[in-house]
Design a protein. Structure first.
Length: 520
């Protein structure tokens, strides 16, 4: 490691230009920083000359340093002025928890490196009393910069651009990870004309958020209400909100009103309708898609789509209309029946029998004879008049079945079993709903030990009713892959054809971004 001489009173909290990390990475500039770390652009001094057939140049990398704001500082530790040190007390606990999460982020990103929308992790190492993640550097333009320069985007083109990300997010959620920071700043269009999610820094930091002295930076307009509360219920629907907020920004050119501000408006339903009205001015946006995006921005997580897959299905499946359906009215002559009410007792009897018939038709479970037997009702042959006490018995019967139906249709939430062994996972799922059949598959994993669940086909916290989910597939870890996998650039990812080209040029401006023009 090369240490550049610098007086302590002039020391910046970021690493200086020219600083050498891990003996091979030379810091060139600061790309950005957030609540959990600083991201640098660096030169890979060990990289070989670029192969022209490759789509990215690994001689340029992005390096993320764990440096939580307000919790850590630089200190001259062992004569190293760039060593990271944490404060004592509660802040020390926050620092260590955050460091564990930061390392977990790196290993999770390694798990997702085959996904087109996720940046590739090249290396992970410890230095300066902290952890660094080395990732491919993607030359391109963020959605935020793109809209600022080009204006609002047509819906068909943006939908084509973001669709791979929607599929990749579904896969990420299946492994129990929630991103929690999806915004136009974190979505980058590379020179490969693909949309990349470039920051997982806020993923799964729920425990740090509840620490009073640890600040989590949320982007106004893109964070739903549950992220502002320490007890907020976080799940796939949290990322659904962020994705729909990005849709809103890309299609209208404006940031959505922040969720906290929307909550202060008493007539929130009217305000949500305003969101849908704003989307009516978007270019080539179908009415049903405007409604879907507005629903994805609902303040209550229960009113949003519970998964990204359901959001995608709603966007791509227009509702069935009655435009091409001809209604056929069947007129049936019925004989007129003279109604007579002989006695009040007979009227009560008819009402009771009508109620019984409704119950039989609704539950499809009991015929009339069983119904009479279980409700303890007896009938005389004359006029089918119940014996005394029938009203009390009928009331008790209806009450019992009401409780049964309430239990049957109770809303449950899928539990997370990633990180547990298969036996415990099966036991916990059976306790949740014995109707769920557990299927298994296996895969290698650097992040989880052998025989541990590393993914589940249904994301945690997905709402469902008892018996509604017939099966779930759990992916079991085979341990670390025996053959070492060499670091690779994004050229190893699959290429896609027949996509609209955004013609991202390689000409850089002073701000580090490239110019971009939308065209065929």
């Amino acid at each position: 490691m090369e240490v550049i001489s610098m007086s302590q009173d002039k020391l910046s909290h970021t690493l200086p230009t020219g600083y050498i990390l891990h003996d091979i990475f030379e810091i060139e500039s600061v790309i950005g920083e957030g609540g959990f770390g600083i991201t640098y652009r660096a030169k890979n001094l060990a990289a070989k000359p670029q192969d022209k057939s490759k789509t990215s140049d690994i001689s340029q990398v992005a390096i993320k340093e764990y440096y939580p704001l307000g919790v850590a500082t630089r200190d001259n530790h062992n004569n190293n002025p760039y060593a990271v040190t944490h404060y004592k007390g509660e802040l020390e606990i926050a620092f260590n928890k955050g460091l564990d999460r930061f390392r977990q982020e790196a290993y999770l990103l390694k798990e997702f490196e085959d996904l087109d929308s996720i940046v590739t992790v090249l290396d992970i190492f410890e230095e300066n009393n902290t952890t660094y993640i080395v990732m491919e550097y993607i030359e391109g333009l963020t959605i935020k910069k793109l809209v600022e320069q080009e204006g609002r985007l047509p819906y068909p083109e943006f939908m084509e651009l973001i669709t791979p990300l929607l599929h990749d997010m579904s896969h990420i959620h299946s492994k129990g990870l929630i991103h929690r920071d999806i915004s136009p700043d974190n979505l980058l269009i590379g020179t490969d004309n693909r949309l990349h999610l470039i920051d997982f820094g806020s993923a799964n930091h729920n425990n740090l958020k509840s620490t009073k002295t640890f600040t989590v930076i949320l982007k106004a307009g893109y964070a739903p209400p549950e992220q502002y509360s320490p007890k907020g219920k976080i799940g796939p629907w949290t990322d659904v909100y962020g994705l729909c907020a990005v849709f809103y920004f890309a299609l209208t050119g404006h940031t959505p009103t922040d969720s906290l501000q929307r909550m202060q408006i008493k007539e929130s339903e009217t305000h949500d309708n305003d969101i849908e009205n704003d989307l009516k001015h978007a270019i080539d946006l179908p009415p049903h898609a405007a409604h879907v995006i507005a629903q994805g921005l609902s303040l209550s997580y229960k009113e949003r789509y519970p998964s990204v897959q359901m959001l995608y299905n709603a966007l791509t499946t227009p509702p069935v209309t009655n435009d091409n359906v001809t209604a056929i009215h069947i007129h049936e002559d019925k004989p007129k029946v003279k109604r007579t009410y002989k006695t009040p007792v007979l009227f009560a009897c008819i009402f009771a029998l009508f109620t019984i018939v409704l119950l039989v038709n609704y539950y499809h479970a009991y015929d009339l004879s069983k119904l009479k037997a279980e409700s303890n009702l007896t009938f005389t042959n004359e006029n089918l008049i119940p014996t005394s006490g029938h009203l009390t018995s009928l009331h008790n019967y209806i009450e019992d079945y009401s409780k049964e139906i309430e239990e049957q249709y109770k809303i449950l939430n899928m539990i997370g079993v990633v990180g547990t062994n298969l036996t415990d996972a099966k036991s916990n799922l059976n306790e949740l709903d014995s109707n769920i059949e557990v299927n298994t598959t296996s895969d290698y994993s650097d992040a989880y030990p052998k025989d541990t669940v590393i993914a589940q086909s249904i994301a945690p916290n997905t709402p469902f009713t008892k018996g509604n989910i017939s099966s779930i597939t759990l992916t079991i870890s085979l341990g670390t892959k025996p053959v070492n996998k060499t670091a690779q650039s994004s050229n190893g990812k699959s290429s896609k054809s027949n996509k609209k080209s955004y013609n991202v040029t390689g000409t850089k401006k002073d701000d580090g971004y490239t110019t971009i023009h939308i065209g065929d």
